[in-house]
Design a protein around this ligand. Sequence first.
Ligand code: UTP
Length: 417
Amino acid sequence: MNYIGTRSKLKKYGQLHVLDHYKELDGAGKKALLAQAAGIDFEKVLSLYRHATGGEQGDAAENNFSFEPLPYTDKASLPAEKLAEYEKAGADIMARGMFAAVTMAGGQGTRLGHNGPKGTFDIGLSCHRSLFEIQCRRLADASAKYGRTIPWYIMTSRENDADTRAFFEAHGFFGYPRTEIRFFVQNMLPMVGFDGKIILDNPGHIKEGADGHGGVFAALKSSGCYADMRKRGIKWVFVGGIDNVLLKLADPVLVGFGEKSGAPVAAKSLVKRDAKEGVGVFCRRNGRPYVVEYTEISDEMAEARGADGQFVYGDAHILCNLFSMDAIGDILENADGLPYHAARKKTPYVGADGEIHTPDKPNAFKFESFIFDAFGRFDDLAILRVDRESEFAPVKNREGNDSPETARKMYIAQFGE
Ligand code: UTP
């Protein structure tokens, strides 16, 4: 699209400021900005902004939802024979090459504030293993144990794709067979200031953010990774995040549990630490499996306790999910896709003065779809409640809870330095 066409499109959506510094850009910069604007669905962005600010019917409708707890299986209470049965079933699936792992590493890691893809972060172990290497070792161990290399699909974003690939190249793919690792890129959406204006992160560039971990399904499809999985005869796909240093990417117990449950999707949970912990919790919403995010749960629901003194909605979703290939196929067939949520983020922006400003409090919406919004498509979801100490040590914040320091301690307690 040329300058005139772009200008009238931006005008229509109240975004003319995007061209405020156009004249100061060189030829390549001008071309790049016009190309970026041409690729943006402004109608969609406007609708997401209106939804976030209550201008369209949105989350208020949640008041009409009915919630109830979703049953779970407590791994710690399983008889040894049952556990062995799950483990054997899962091991069998892995040995037959019917299992794949997906790592979602397209996030911005804003809270951690690391300069580079989050997966390249070193939590300070004496061996200086990165988050990517920690996950790779898990997969390599399982591949060796079950005699089949597990295909590993890594989701990046346009923002961090090149750096992620370069990091793997520089580290020789950590010794993992190169042909068994595939990178795929998720979609992005512009970030919008609380005043409705699209953010520029430099005078010739619109700030876009990855469209949430729910973007994994569309990206698996558009990249050809889903077709690749089908071709390989994959039956179960583990989908997890990059930032939990204790994540078991290839856990035969979970795979066997999923297989034996008859449910199309299985997930691990753990008991939330306290009512305010920043995790989503499993439940049924209007009878369907659902996760209420910590940013969206009511105090009443977060704090509710049963007669036994336990949280009624105490099973935290830890981004540790296992999808059957049929479930992914089903999600992909849903033309409407997943809903978007608006996260409030602190993001540097170009002010009216043409300078880049760094805000000290959130200033913009980032629109994200959540992987667990896909759960509602299914009648059933099999939940395996696991133990926090052995399975969950996320790296979210620079310090305090869920920081490199807490994750490092938990990692060392299990694996040593
Ligand atoms: P978080 O929601 O914790 O986001 O992602 P984040 O990017 O790591 O950190 P903040 O919120 O900006 O501080 C949980 C997992 O989902 C992935 C992340 O990379 C992480 O592994 N994710 C998140 C994506 O792959 N894409 C996204 O768009 C969002």
